[in-house]
Design a protein around this ligand. Structure first.
Ligand SMILES: CC(C)(COP(=O)(O)OP(=O)(O)OC[C@H]1O[C@@H](n2cnc3c(N)ncnc32)[C@H](O)[C@@H]1OP(=O)(O)O)[C@@H](O)C(=O)NCCC(=O)NCCS
Length: 280
Protein backbone atom coordinates (compact mmCIF):
# COMPACT_ATOMS: atom_id res chain seq x y z
CA UNK A 1 0.00 0.00 0.00
CA UNK A 2 1.21 3.52 -0.79
CA UNK A 3 2.14 5.80 2.14
CA UNK A 4 -0.53 8.43 2.89
CA UNK A 5 -1.33 11.12 2.29
CA UNK A 6 -0.26 11.28 -1.34
CA UNK A 7 0.11 14.82 -2.67
CA UNK A 8 0.63 15.51 -6.37
CA UNK A 9 2.09 18.88 -7.34
CA UNK A 10 0.40 20.80 -10.12
CA UNK A 11 2.94 22.43 -12.39
CA UNK A 12 3.17 23.76 -15.93
CA UNK A 13 3.62 20.22 -17.33
CA UNK A 14 0.43 18.71 -15.87
CA UNK A 15 -1.88 21.67 -15.27
CA UNK A 16 -3.99 20.90 -18.36
CA UNK A 17 -4.59 17.29 -17.29
CA UNK A 18 -4.71 17.68 -13.49
CA UNK A 19 -8.11 17.12 -11.80
CA UNK A 20 -9.82 20.40 -11.02
CA UNK A 21 -12.19 20.65 -8.03
CA UNK A 22 -14.34 17.70 -9.11
CA UNK A 23 -15.23 19.22 -12.50
CA UNK A 24 -15.22 16.43 -15.11
CA UNK A 25 -16.46 18.23 -18.22
CA UNK A 26 -13.27 19.16 -20.14
CA UNK A 27 -15.13 22.03 -21.88
CA UNK A 28 -16.51 23.53 -18.62
CA UNK A 29 -15.92 27.31 -18.95
CA UNK A 30 -14.85 27.64 -15.31
CA UNK A 31 -12.33 24.82 -15.68
CA UNK A 32 -10.79 26.41 -18.77
CA UNK A 33 -10.65 29.83 -17.06
CA UNK A 34 -9.13 28.32 -13.92
CA UNK A 35 -6.41 26.51 -15.88
CA UNK A 36 -5.44 29.74 -17.65
CA UNK A 37 -5.44 31.48 -14.26
CA UNK A 38 -3.30 28.72 -12.71
CA UNK A 39 -0.75 28.90 -15.55
CA UNK A 40 -0.36 32.65 -15.07
CA UNK A 41 -0.02 32.30 -11.28
CA UNK A 42 2.39 29.34 -11.33
CA UNK A 43 4.82 31.86 -12.85
CA UNK A 44 4.26 34.11 -9.81
CA UNK A 45 5.09 31.41 -7.25
CA UNK A 46 1.70 29.69 -6.85
CA UNK A 47 1.85 26.11 -5.56
CA UNK A 48 -1.10 23.72 -5.81
CA UNK A 49 -1.35 20.09 -4.73
CA UNK A 50 -3.94 17.39 -5.32
CA UNK A 51 -4.67 15.01 -2.44
CA UNK A 52 -5.21 11.40 -3.58
CA UNK A 53 -7.08 8.71 -1.61
CA UNK A 54 -6.33 4.97 -1.16
CA UNK A 55 -8.01 4.17 -4.46
CA UNK A 56 -5.90 6.70 -6.32
CA UNK A 57 -8.85 9.09 -6.67
CA UNK A 58 -8.42 12.86 -6.19
CA UNK A 59 -10.09 13.83 -2.92
CA UNK A 60 -8.55 17.11 -1.83
CA UNK A 61 -6.65 20.21 -2.82
CA UNK A 62 -4.52 23.01 -1.47
CA UNK A 63 -3.59 26.22 -3.32
CA UNK A 64 -1.26 28.90 -2.00
CA UNK A 65 0.89 31.71 -3.33
CA UNK A 66 2.96 34.66 -2.12
CA UNK A 67 0.66 37.10 -0.30
CA UNK A 68 1.50 39.93 -2.72
CA UNK A 69 -0.58 38.00 -5.25
CA UNK A 70 -3.39 36.88 -2.90
CA UNK A 71 -6.85 37.06 -4.48
CA UNK A 72 -8.51 38.15 -1.24
CA UNK A 73 -9.00 41.61 0.28
CA UNK A 74 -5.90 41.30 2.48
CA UNK A 75 -2.47 42.76 2.92
CA UNK A 76 -0.35 39.63 3.39
CA UNK A 77 2.91 40.73 1.79
CA UNK A 78 5.82 38.54 2.86
CA UNK A 79 3.50 35.67 3.86
CA UNK A 80 2.53 32.60 1.88
CA UNK A 81 -1.24 32.85 1.52
CA UNK A 82 -3.57 29.83 1.35
CA UNK A 83 -6.53 30.40 -0.99
CA UNK A 84 -8.23 27.01 -0.63
CA UNK A 85 -7.87 23.77 1.23
CA UNK A 86 -10.28 20.86 1.33
CA UNK A 87 -10.40 17.13 1.90
CA UNK A 88 -13.58 15.96 0.23
CA UNK A 89 -13.23 12.33 1.33
CA UNK A 90 -15.37 12.09 4.46
CA UNK A 91 -14.09 8.59 5.28
CA UNK A 92 -10.54 9.95 5.21
CA UNK A 93 -11.16 13.05 7.26
CA UNK A 94 -9.63 13.26 10.73
CA UNK A 95 -6.54 11.32 9.61
CA UNK A 96 -4.25 14.32 9.42
CA UNK A 97 -4.36 14.61 5.63
CA UNK A 98 -5.30 18.30 5.59
CA UNK A 99 -2.65 18.95 8.22
CA UNK A 100 -0.13 17.33 5.90
CA UNK A 101 -1.14 19.82 3.20
CA UNK A 102 -0.80 22.76 5.63
CA UNK A 103 2.62 21.49 6.74
CA UNK A 104 3.76 21.23 3.10
CA UNK A 105 2.78 24.88 2.64
CA UNK A 106 4.57 25.99 5.82
CA UNK A 107 7.67 24.08 4.71
CA UNK A 108 7.62 25.82 1.30
CA UNK A 109 7.25 29.21 3.01
CA UNK A 110 10.22 28.43 5.27
CA UNK A 111 12.40 27.35 2.34
CA UNK A 112 11.45 30.57 0.51
CA UNK A 113 12.48 32.66 3.57
CA UNK A 114 8.99 34.10 4.00
CA UNK A 115 7.56 35.74 7.14
CA UNK A 116 4.97 32.99 7.63
CA UNK A 117 1.73 31.56 6.24
CA UNK A 118 -1.67 33.28 6.32
CA UNK A 119 -5.19 32.08 5.54
CA UNK A 120 -8.72 33.47 5.60
CA UNK A 121 -11.32 31.36 7.43
CA UNK A 122 -15.03 31.46 8.18
CA UNK A 123 -17.75 29.10 9.37
CA UNK A 124 -19.79 29.22 6.15
CA UNK A 125 -19.20 27.53 2.80
CA UNK A 126 -16.30 28.11 0.36
CA UNK A 127 -13.65 28.60 3.05
CA UNK A 128 -12.25 26.16 5.60
CA UNK A 129 -12.98 26.82 9.27
CA UNK A 130 -10.27 27.88 11.70
CA UNK A 131 -9.95 24.59 13.69
CA UNK A 132 -7.55 23.03 11.19
CA UNK A 133 -5.23 26.03 11.43
CA UNK A 134 -5.48 26.34 15.21
CA UNK A 135 -4.40 22.69 15.37
CA UNK A 136 -1.38 23.56 13.22
CA UNK A 137 0.00 26.43 15.27
CA UNK A 138 -1.75 29.34 13.54
CA UNK A 139 -3.14 32.27 15.57
CA UNK A 140 -6.01 34.61 14.75
CA UNK A 141 -4.54 37.97 13.71
CA UNK A 142 -7.50 39.94 12.28
CA UNK A 143 -11.26 39.83 11.75
CA UNK A 144 -13.62 41.40 9.21
CA UNK A 145 -17.42 41.57 9.14
CA UNK A 146 -19.57 39.61 9.19
CA UNK A 147 -17.55 36.55 10.30
CA UNK A 148 -14.25 36.47 8.46
CA UNK A 149 -11.04 35.67 10.31
CA UNK A 150 -7.43 35.95 9.23
CA UNK A 151 -5.11 33.36 10.77
CA UNK A 152 -1.32 33.23 10.49
CA UNK A 153 1.68 31.27 11.65
CA UNK A 154 4.86 33.32 11.84
CA UNK A 155 8.24 32.06 10.71
CA UNK A 156 9.90 35.40 11.51
CA UNK A 157 9.00 36.49 15.04
CA UNK A 158 9.07 40.25 14.36
CA UNK A 159 7.24 40.25 11.04
CA UNK A 160 4.14 42.48 11.04
CA UNK A 161 0.84 40.60 11.05
CA UNK A 162 -1.09 40.25 7.80
CA UNK A 163 -4.33 42.26 7.87
CA UNK A 164 -7.66 42.64 6.13
CA UNK A 165 -7.70 45.73 3.94
CA UNK A 166 -10.44 47.93 5.36
CA UNK A 167 -12.67 50.37 3.48
CA UNK A 168 -15.31 47.77 2.53
CA UNK A 169 -18.15 50.21 3.15
CA UNK A 170 -16.70 52.93 0.94
CA UNK A 171 -16.14 50.38 -1.78
CA UNK A 172 -19.63 48.91 -1.70
CA UNK A 173 -21.48 52.23 -1.59
CA UNK A 174 -19.65 53.30 -4.75
CA UNK A 175 -21.19 50.28 -6.51
CA UNK A 176 -24.62 51.83 -6.67
CA UNK A 177 -26.07 49.95 -9.66
CA UNK A 178 -29.29 48.03 -9.22
CA UNK A 179 -27.29 44.80 -9.46
CA UNK A 180 -23.52 44.24 -9.62
CA UNK A 181 -21.89 40.82 -9.93
CA UNK A 182 -18.20 40.72 -8.97
CA UNK A 183 -16.56 37.61 -10.41
CA UNK A 184 -13.13 36.16 -11.14
CA UNK A 185 -11.37 33.06 -12.45
CA UNK A 186 -9.83 32.07 -9.10
CA UNK A 187 -12.52 29.46 -8.37
CA UNK A 188 -13.71 27.32 -11.31
CA UNK A 189 -17.33 27.31 -10.06
CA UNK A 190 -17.69 31.08 -10.34
CA UNK A 191 -18.09 31.18 -14.14
CA UNK A 192 -21.25 29.03 -14.04
CA UNK A 193 -22.83 30.77 -11.03
CA UNK A 194 -22.09 34.25 -12.39
CA UNK A 195 -23.47 33.42 -15.86
CA UNK A 196 -26.63 31.78 -14.51
CA UNK A 197 -27.35 34.61 -12.08
CA UNK A 198 -26.72 37.24 -14.73
CA UNK A 199 -29.13 35.46 -17.09
CA UNK A 200 -31.78 35.03 -14.37
CA UNK A 201 -31.52 38.67 -13.35
CA UNK A 202 -32.30 39.72 -16.90
CA UNK A 203 -34.97 37.14 -17.75
CA UNK A 204 -36.83 37.01 -14.46
CA UNK A 205 -36.36 40.47 -12.98
CA UNK A 206 -35.58 42.64 -16.01
CA UNK A 207 -32.28 43.83 -14.51
CA UNK A 208 -29.13 43.90 -16.66
CA UNK A 209 -26.43 43.52 -14.01
CA UNK A 210 -23.11 45.25 -14.12
CA UNK A 211 -20.54 42.42 -14.20
CA UNK A 212 -17.11 43.31 -12.80
CA UNK A 213 -14.49 40.72 -13.73
CA UNK A 214 -11.46 40.89 -11.43
CA UNK A 215 -8.38 40.58 -13.63
CA UNK A 216 -5.51 40.77 -11.15
CA UNK A 217 -4.59 40.22 -7.52
CA UNK A 218 -4.60 44.00 -7.19
CA UNK A 219 -8.24 44.09 -8.34
CA UNK A 220 -9.07 41.34 -5.82
CA UNK A 221 -7.27 43.11 -2.96
CA UNK A 222 -9.47 46.13 -3.73
CA UNK A 223 -12.70 44.14 -4.15
CA UNK A 224 -15.78 45.16 -2.13
CA UNK A 225 -15.80 42.07 0.15
CA UNK A 226 -13.09 40.20 2.13
CA UNK A 227 -13.47 36.94 0.17
CA UNK A 228 -13.18 39.16 -2.91
CA UNK A 229 -13.51 36.71 -5.79
CA UNK A 230 -17.31 36.58 -5.96
CA UNK A 231 -20.03 38.84 -4.65
CA UNK A 232 -23.42 40.26 -5.59
CA UNK A 233 -24.31 43.81 -4.65
CA UNK A 234 -27.43 45.89 -5.04
CA UNK A 235 -27.35 49.67 -4.66
CA UNK A 236 -24.36 49.54 -2.36
CA UNK A 237 -25.56 46.62 -0.21
CA UNK A 238 -23.97 43.17 -0.27
CA UNK A 239 -26.55 40.51 -1.23
CA UNK A 240 -24.03 37.63 -1.30
CA UNK A 241 -20.35 37.54 -0.36
CA UNK A 242 -19.58 34.06 -1.69
CA UNK A 243 -20.69 31.86 -4.57
CA UNK A 244 -24.43 31.16 -4.56
CA UNK A 245 -26.70 29.13 -6.79
CA UNK A 246 -29.40 30.55 -9.03
CA UNK A 247 -32.02 29.25 -6.56
CA UNK A 248 -30.40 31.05 -3.64
CA UNK A 249 -30.28 34.18 -5.81
CA UNK A 250 -34.05 33.92 -6.43
CA UNK A 251 -34.69 33.56 -2.71
CA UNK A 252 -32.61 36.66 -1.99
CA UNK A 253 -34.37 38.63 -4.73
CA UNK A 254 -37.77 37.55 -3.44
CA UNK A 255 -36.98 38.81 0.03
CA UNK A 256 -35.50 42.03 -1.44
CA UNK A 257 -38.72 42.56 -3.41
CA UNK A 258 -40.85 41.93 -0.33
CA UNK A 259 -38.71 44.37 1.65
CA UNK A 260 -38.89 46.89 -1.18
CA UNK A 261 -42.69 46.64 -1.34
CA UNK A 262 -42.89 47.11 2.41
CA UNK A 263 -40.73 50.25 2.31
CA UNK A 264 -42.52 51.57 -0.80
CA UNK A 265 -45.70 51.89 1.27
CA UNK A 266 -44.05 54.64 3.26
CA UNK A 267 -41.71 55.97 0.58
CA UNK A 268 -42.56 56.42 -3.10
CA UNK A 269 -44.38 53.45 -4.53
CA UNK A 270 -42.21 51.39 -6.89
CA UNK A 271 -39.20 53.68 -6.63
CA UNK A 272 -36.66 51.12 -5.49
CA UNK A 273 -37.14 48.47 -8.20
CA UNK A 274 -38.97 50.17 -11.07
CA UNK A 275 -38.05 47.47 -13.57
CA UNK A 276 -38.78 44.37 -11.49
CA UNK A 277 -40.94 41.75 -13.14
CA UNK A 278 -42.60 39.89 -10.31
CA UNK A 279 -44.16 36.46 -10.57
CA UNK A 280 -47.78 37.41 -9.93
C1 LIG B 1 -11.17 21.34 7.13
C2 LIG B 1 -10.77 20.05 6.41
C3 LIG B 1 -9.81 20.39 5.26
C4 LIG B 1 -10.07 19.13 7.42
O1 LIG B 1 -9.61 17.97 6.74
P1 LIG B 1 -9.03 16.70 7.57
O2 LIG B 1 -8.19 15.90 6.63
O3 LIG B 1 -10.14 16.01 8.25
O4 LIG B 1 -8.14 17.45 8.64
P2 LIG B 1 -7.06 16.78 9.58
O5 LIG B 1 -7.40 15.34 9.83
O6 LIG B 1 -5.73 17.03 9.01
O7 LIG B 1 -7.30 17.61 10.91
C5 LIG B 1 -6.25 18.30 11.46
C6 LIG B 1 -6.64 18.95 12.75
O8 LIG B 1 -7.65 19.92 12.55
C7 LIG B 1 -8.77 19.65 13.38
N1 LIG B 1 -9.97 19.89 12.63
C8 LIG B 1 -10.12 19.90 11.29
N2 LIG B 1 -11.41 20.18 10.96
C9 LIG B 1 -12.06 20.35 12.13
C10 LIG B 1 -13.40 20.68 12.46
N3 LIG B 1 -14.33 20.87 11.52
N4 LIG B 1 -13.72 20.79 13.78
C11 LIG B 1 -12.80 20.59 14.74
N5 LIG B 1 -11.50 20.27 14.48
C12 LIG B 1 -11.15 20.16 13.20
C13 LIG B 1 -8.66 18.18 13.70
O9 LIG B 1 -9.29 17.89 14.92
C14 LIG B 1 -7.19 17.96 13.78
O10 LIG B 1 -6.69 18.38 15.03
P3 LIG B 1 -5.64 17.46 15.86
O11 LIG B 1 -4.47 17.28 14.92
O12 LIG B 1 -5.34 18.29 17.05
O13 LIG B 1 -6.39 16.20 16.10
C15 LIG B 1 -12.02 19.28 5.84
O14 LIG B 1 -12.93 19.05 6.89
C16 LIG B 1 -12.71 20.04 4.74
O15 LIG B 1 -12.36 19.87 3.55
N6 LIG B 1 -13.68 20.89 5.04
C17 LIG B 1 -14.30 21.77 4.04
C18 LIG B 1 -13.36 22.95 3.84
C19 LIG B 1 -13.86 23.91 2.77
O16 LIG B 1 -15.04 24.18 2.67
N7 LIG B 1 -12.91 24.44 1.98
C20 LIG B 1 -13.19 25.35 0.94
C21 LIG B 1 -13.60 24.61 -0.28
S1 LIG B 1 -13.68 25.66 -1.71
Amino acid sequence: MLPHPILIDIDSTNVDSAPCCGINDPAHPGLLEKRRWLKAHLKLGLRAKILVDDDGKPCGYIEYLPGEYAWRRVDASGYMFIHCIWNHSRRNRGKGWASAMVKACVSDARVAGMSGVAVMTRKGPWLAGSALFAANGFRRVDIAPPDYELWAVKLKAHAPNPTFRDGFDAKTTRLSDELTIVRSAQCPYIAKFAAEISQSAQQKYGIAPQVLNLRSARDAQNAPTPYAVFSILSRGSVLADHQISRIRFHNIMRSEITESRRSSMVLVHGLRHPSLKTEN
